[in-house]
Design a protein around this ligand. Structure first.
Ligand SMILES: NC(=O)C1=CN([C@@H]2O[C@H](COP(=O)(O)OP(=O)(O)OC[C@H]3O[C@@H](n4cnc5c(N)ncnc54)[C@H](O)[C@@H]3O)[C@@H](O)[C@H]2O)C=CC1
Ligand SMILES: O=C(O)CCC(=O)C(=O)O
Length: 420
């Protein structure tokens, strides 16, 4: 029996099983590599604006502390459960190890729907969540960051709540904070910027000119919007499709990104932008394009649609967008579709979070140019290692990326004496 159930954790378990077989990991070592060190579940009572008392469920899952503190984002979403959080924590471990960061993986969150909360209610949820987590986190044990549904402001409330408890400012307790509170230049854009940089590397690898390419991006939050802007404005890619949870837009001639940016700044969502370019959100993923960037939810590329994708590069900005069944089909299409797997593709976020933590610990801050240059160095190194391993062993990019991550965690456990 395990508390780690549900389709997202099943996916992480299946992926790990494939890698464990590939690496020939003895059966008795597998459970400790897969199952989290600990999971914390808390109740978060909040006085709502209408006078009622509502109790939200919050979680934090810390996968392993073998190589340093755990690290990972905090997700506020309506149907969050501990299985989903645990899967995201496991993926954070392989991601940090692949990037060479001195961290284990963690993830946390609250089952709540941020657009349905007032600002005061959101602050109350955020502060009480952190307050409940104080016994289990510290800059040396677990460092939170943003994920879906949370942002710099939520990180500022986390930092303030933790700091008030300690009696002094502890900026290094969270990353993704406002720059004025010890956040780093470039963190807000880091994940999308990293996605775009790796897409450029993938274009080079398959001989595609970004300036003559098209892209469709699913999700228009932090990761999706910055990916789209950077692909278009830095690399000259034509953005032909965009979607969020309210609308999907497609125009093979290219969408007007500046006007969409102004609309979203005003309305918060894509809904209401243009009727002419409206398309069904699921159908959008199957439109012809060079670069497809899922940057919203898990499990959107499935066995059902993987055979119908008409892209050259699948750049996984989201965590877990592709199911293992879909992976089998993509594997058969390796010559047609270059996959940049999630733990590589969206690692720019945690890489710059690491830079933020290092700057906070040293009280010495870098310029945005320094941050971005170092980000590209680490991304390039991880990309090249994955490419090398994929070609040496004749495996997919996902297998190569995960194998590097899992091997590093396993080596850490072996050196510390857990495994022979
Ligand atoms: N924020 C970060 O630094 C990082 C985020 N990620 C991952 O990237 C993904 C997106 O995260 P963020 O951009 O931070 O979240 P966000 O909360 O800023 O944005 C999420 C976006 O997804 C859209 N969305 C939700 N349901 C949708 C649907 N059914 N169809 C199309 N769009 C839908 C929302 O409307 C919103 O535009 C998640 O998988 C997250 O775990 C990964 C690495 C770092
Ligand atoms: O910045 C971080 O620490 C974690 C970002 C994150 O949650 C992710 O990479 O999925």
């Amino acid at each position: 029996m395990t508390i780690y159930t549900g389709p997202v954790f099943d996916m992480a378990r299946t992926q790990f099983g494939i890698i464990a077989d590939h690496l020939d990991i003895p059966l008795d070592q597998r459970d400790r590599l897969l199952y989290p060190k600990r999971a914390i579940a808390v109740s978060i009572p909040v006085h709502m604006d209408d006078g009622s008392l509502k109790v939200f469920q919050g979680y934090r899952v810390q996968h392993h502390l073998t190589l340093g503190p755990t690290k990972g984002g905090t997700r506020f979403s309506a149907h969050l459960d501990v299985g989903e959080v645990a899967a995201l924590a496991v993926w954070m471990s392989w991601k940090c190890a692949l990037a060479g960061l001195p961290y284990g993986g963690a993830k946390g969150g609250v089952a709540c729907d941020p657009p349905m909360l007032s600002r005061r209610e959101l602050e109350a949820v955020s502060r009480r969540y952190m307050q409940e987590m104080i016994p289990f986190v510290s800059p040396q044990t677990d460092v939170m960051a943003p994920d879906m549904g949370t942002d710099e402001q939520v990180m500022a409330w986390f930092m303030d709540t933790y700091s008030m408890h300690q009696g002094h400012a502890v900026s290094e307790i969270v990353t993704g904070k406002p720059v004025a509170l010890g956040g780093t230049e470039g963190r807000r854009e880091a994940t999308g910027r990293g996605v775009a940089h790796l897409v450029r590397r993938a274009c080079d690898a398959i001989g595609l000119d970004p300036a003559r390419s098209t892209a469709i991006v699913q999700g228009f939050g932090n990761v999706g919007s910055v990916s789209a802007y950077t692909l278009a404005r830095r690399y000259g890619v034509r953005i032909t499709g965009l979607s969020d949870h309210t609308a999907a837009l497609f125009d093979p001639d290219g969408l007007p990104l500046d006007a969409i940016e102004r609309h979203v700044a005003r309305e918060g969502v894509l809904r209401g932008f243009s009727r002419e370019s409206a398309i069904d959100g699921a159908a959008l993923l199957e439109q012809r394009c060079d670069i497809l960037v899922p940057a919203a939810l898990e499990r959107v590329i499935t066995a059902e649609n993987a055979g119908r994708l008409r892209c050259r590069i699948l750049a996984e900005g989201a965590n877990g967008p592709t199911t293992p069944d879909a992976d089998l089909l993509l594997d058969q299409r390796r010559d047609e579709i270059f996959v940049i797997p999630d733990i590589l593709c969206n690692s720019g976020g945690v890489i710059v979070s690491y830079f933020e933590w290092v700057q906070d610990l040293q009280r010495l801050f870098w310029t945005e140019t320094e941050v971005n240059n170092r980000l590209e160095q680490l991304l390039d190194s991880a990309f090249e290692q994955v490419q090398q391993r994929a070609s040496d062993r004749g495996v997919s990019n996902r297998t190569a990326a995960m194998a590097i991550g899992v091997e590093r965690v396993r080596a850490g456990k072996r050196l510390r004496g857990l495994f022979p």
